[in-house]
Design a protein around this ligand. Structure first.
Ligand code: COA
Length: 333
């Protein structure tokens, strides 16, 4: 017997409003053909006015709890780039709105790697005995931080939330989180950034430029770094699990760009038909991306119990990570 964090339930939600590439092309100098060919994205979901990240997080969290048939966890972790407020964290609000009482609850800020960072802290809490059960939620309302005039970011990101319940179990069980490899490189912080709103800008004594209040990204450099780091983290996890690349049934990478996913898979040697892709429907949903992709695959027959799943992500910070598990026979709501 070896204690492990085991996946017991998965929930996912996207807001109902769909924004197509053609709709964006009506107000931005872009086209459906450019967006599809450069990113693989055909549409994304956008929250209605008045909807915040915690609203999506509560919905996804409730679905995951229902899928796991639980009404209690010891810890709630919310990974997000778009908290309801700069202060306090969003997780305590989410925990109390889910009826989870006074459990420990905190946010993780690792941008698009947020879900894997959350999975890692949840796994550590369970394996150490600090917690028996954890709800990990990746939730984003990127529509709140995108510059509506910036065609390089507006076409890429979407809103959504995904959540998993993990409880203590055995490493030999399907669903056990077998390995997590994480990394960061703060020398590349400027590649993905909202320049204003934090202490750096607020204490600068300088006036705020409106553009600096929005999310910005150096797409080309992010692309190169993402490929290199996702591949490296995935290789580290494969080595530690002892899995060969051939034995990986599903590669579920952060849904940033279909060309990033294809390049990472090609460099690893994972065949294209084993690469899970749902970004055509939801865009890049950052911390929500991996659980949304898992839910989409599980619900559409693209992921079955017993399959070996390799996860990898890259995000602002810059941060990256990978993980591995055998897909369990769980409900997905
Ligand atoms: N519509 C039309 N043209 C656009 C455009 C858009 N939405 N966005 C950029 N362009 C233009 C650029 O201005 C540039 O024009 P120029 O050649 O006249 O200067 C041209 O298209 C090529 O831009 P470039 O940035 O070289 O394109 P690219 O092939 O690198 O694709 C990204 C841009 C953003 C799609 C790509 O770099 C990318 O996906 N990067 C990773 C982003 C990501 O996934 N981030 C999240 C990771 S966590």
């Amino acid at each position: 017997m070896s204690r492990a964090a085991v996946l017991r339930g998965l929930g996912a939600v996207v807001p109902p409003r769909v924004v197509t590439n053609d709709e964006l092309a009506q107000r931005l100098d872009t086209s459906d053909a450019w967006i599809r060919s450069r990113t693989g994205i055909a549409q994304r979901h956008v929250s209605a006015p008045g909807t915040a990240t915690s609203d999506l997080a509560v919905d996804a969290g409730a679905r995951a709890l229902k899928a796991a048939d639980r009404d209690h966890v010891d810890l709630v972790v919310v990974a997000t780039t778009t908290p309801d407020h700069p202060c306090p964290a969003t997780a305590p609000t989410v925990a109390s709105r889910l009826g989870l009482g006074t459990v420990a609850a905190y946010d993780i800020a690792a941008v698009c790697t947020g879900f894997l960072y959350g999975l890692s802290t949840a796994t550590a809490a369970i394996v150490s005995g600090m917690a028996e059960s954890v709800l990990v939620i990746g939730a984003e309302t990127y529509s709140s931080i995108l510059n509506p005039n910036d065609r390089t970011t507006s076409v890429i990101f979407g809103d959504g939330a995904g959540a998993v319940v993990l409880t203590a179990g055995d490493r030999d069980e399907p669903g056990a989180v077998l390995e997590v490899d994480l990394g960061s490189d703060g020398t590349l912080a400027e590649l993905i950034m909202i320049p204003a709103g934090g202490s750096r800008q607020r204490l600068s004594g300088l006036p705020v430029s409106p553009d600096d209040t929005y999310f910005r990204m150096d797409g080309k450099r992010v692309f190169r770094s993402a490929v290199e780091r996702m591949e490296g983290a995935a290789r580290a996890v494969l080595e530690r699990t002892g899995w060969t690349v051939d034995s990986v049934d599903r590669f579920v990478g952060h849904q940033a760009n279909v060309r990033i996913l294809a390049t990472v898979a090609e460099q690893l040697g994972v065949p294209r038909d084993r690469v899970v892709v749902n970004l055509d429907k939801v865009g890049n949903t950052s911390a929500a991306s991996i659980p949304l992709a898992l839910a989409d695959a599980a619900n559409s027959g693209g992921l079955a119990a017993g399959e070996r799943v390799l996860l990898a992500a890259f995000g602002g910070g810059v941060t990256w990570g990978a993980s591995a598990l055998v897909w369990p026979d769980i409900s997905v709501f």
